[in-house]
Design a protein around this ligand. Structure first.
Ligand code: SF4
Length: 457
């Protein structure tokens, strides 16, 4: 069968939603791992992956590829409408194509996808579910037996029981990156400006942050790929011609022993990469300092993106982050000691006043951040926060993108936005400063090398 896997465009219509450069800057243009994973599950079929950000002519693609099945991923709450539009286009083109949709927003908001142009909704981790659906479509069978889906029967949505998360991640094949080969030179890292690949080495998170749905979607138990599998996949990414490798795990250092094993194996194999990016929490940086020290040796540049979320213990407590300002300070010190640029993100308290924005700005300047990102509190479906009866100033999903305020703020909203953009301006200056310093270091090294060569002559 011909299976078309589609990543909808992330461009949202309407000037207030921003344009392509802004989306690209926020890292939106990247490999769609979830679809590559699905593609790897059905190697016995003819699979095509299309990223509508880069190839928007969906109808032209359907004309030449003639899909029997179209699997569409919803990559964010703010993209719910884009996803629906995309599936509608598929059904309008050919009502005979079986349409499937999956992703985190689909799992937590299945009713938003209860549309007559959607045949099957995939909830939770989708790989095995997808394989079973394809088998039923190909060979016949009963959707009733497939856990983790909702499907249409006589115009109604029938919900099957949930599917438990995959117990042994190594049983899943590696993502089929051949499906995205034609895109990699366009998957540019937002601030490194080089092509990047991504990989996941674990799923699940035992922490309780109230603004996050990762620990609900993937569960609280940390499940990991074996270090051997991680290293093989990591090493194989060079063939894609990428210059940056982004570990997408929410906290690569969650299990420090495992991270240590992965790094030791990479060292044994004498692996060296240009740019490596990992995500981590402040407390795990403190625990895993020695692991970062080894990573640092194996990459020209190692970036550790940290969700600091706040600089006040009171706020961190409300978010149930499980960290403190003191831990954040210590983690920053460690990063500086190891000469790793400080990259952090913060959630802005809706009650923030002018002095709070100023305090945050001073913090990132005083502690010499290279990159700082800010987003207002955003109660996404599936989070603990969403379960609370918060007042919302909008129910339009397009605004749940981290670039808009969705709950009332203490400052009038235009002042809040003004302060927020001012803060981003401060962060931008920090970034330019870091880029300039790096350039100067490279020039100094180049001059030293030149001197050495000349003196040898
Ligand atoms: S924000 Fe990070 S640490 Fe907190 S629950 Fe989500 S994934 Fe876990």
């Amino acid at each position: 069968m011909n299976i078309l896997l589609i990543a909808p465009s992330k461009l949202v219509s309407g000037e207030e939603f921003g344009d392509l450069p802004r989306l690209v800057e926020t890292g939106y243009l990247m490999e769609v791992l979830s679809l590559e994973m699905l593609g790897a599950m059905v190697p016995d079929h003819n699979v095509m992956l299309v990223d509508l950000m880069l190839e928007p002519d969906l109808e032209g693609i359907m004309q030449s590829f003639a899909p029997d099945i179209a699997g569409v991923t919803c990559q964010g709450t703010s993209l719910i409408y884009n996803t629906l539009d995309t599936i509608k286009r598929v059904k309008r083109y050919d009502p005979g194509i079986v349409t499937l949709v999956g992703g985190v927003p689909v799992t937590f908001q299945p009713e938003a996808f209860n549309k007559d142009f959607i045949d099957i909704i995939v909830r939770g981790e989708g790989e095995i579910t997808f394989r079973e659906i394809v088998d039923v479509i190909e060979k016949g069978g009963d959707y009733k037996k497939i856990t983790g889906i909702a499907y249409r029967e006589e115009g109604h949505l029938v919900f099957n029981p949930d599917r438990p998360p995959v117990a042994n991640l190594d049983e899943l094949p590696s993502p089929d990156r051949n499906l995205s080969l034609r895109y990699f030179d366009k998957y540019i890292h937002p601030f490194m400006k080089v092509p990047r690949a991504t990989l996941y080495t674990s799923r699940g998170c035992p922490n309780n942050c109230v603004f996050c749905n990762v620990n609900v979607f993937f569960g609280k138990k940390l499940r990991c790929h074996s270090p051997e599998r991680v290293i093989n996949e990591f090493d194989g990414l060079d063939r894609l011609g990428v210059e940056a490798i982004d570990f997408m795990d929410d906290n690569f250092l969650q299990d420090v022993e495992r991270a240590e094993k992965i790094v030791s194996m990479a060292r044994e194999r004498k692996m060296h990469k240009k740019n490596v990016i990992i995500f981590a929490r402040a407390n795990s940086i403190i625990k895993g300092k020695h692991v970062l020290a080894v990573w640092k040796e194996m990459a020209d540049d190692l970036y550790v993106a940290v969700g600091f979320e706040g600089i006040k213990n009171e706020w961190l407590k409300i978010l149930k982050k499980g960290t403190t300002r003191e831990m954040n300070d210590r983690a920053i010190d460690i990063l500086h000691e190891l000469e790793i640029p400080v990259h952090g993100s913060f959630i802005i308290d809706p009650d923030a006043e002018k002095e709070d924005f100023k305090e945050l700005a001073d913090y990132i300047v005083d502690r010499n951040f290279t990159y700082a990102g800010f987003a207002p509190l955003m109660p996404l479906p599936g989070t603990v926060l969403r379960g609370k009866e918060l007042p919302y100033i909008t129910s339009d999903w397009r605004f749940f993108d981290g670039r808009h305020v969705v709950v009332p703020t203490k400052l009038p909203s235009d002042e809040f936005y003004e302060q927020w953009y001012w803060l981003e301006g401060v962060a931008r200056k920090q970034r330019f400063k870091a880029v300039k310093e790096k350039q100067q270091r490279v020039e100094q090294d180049d001059r030293a090398t030149m001197k050495k060569i000349l003196s040898l002559d």
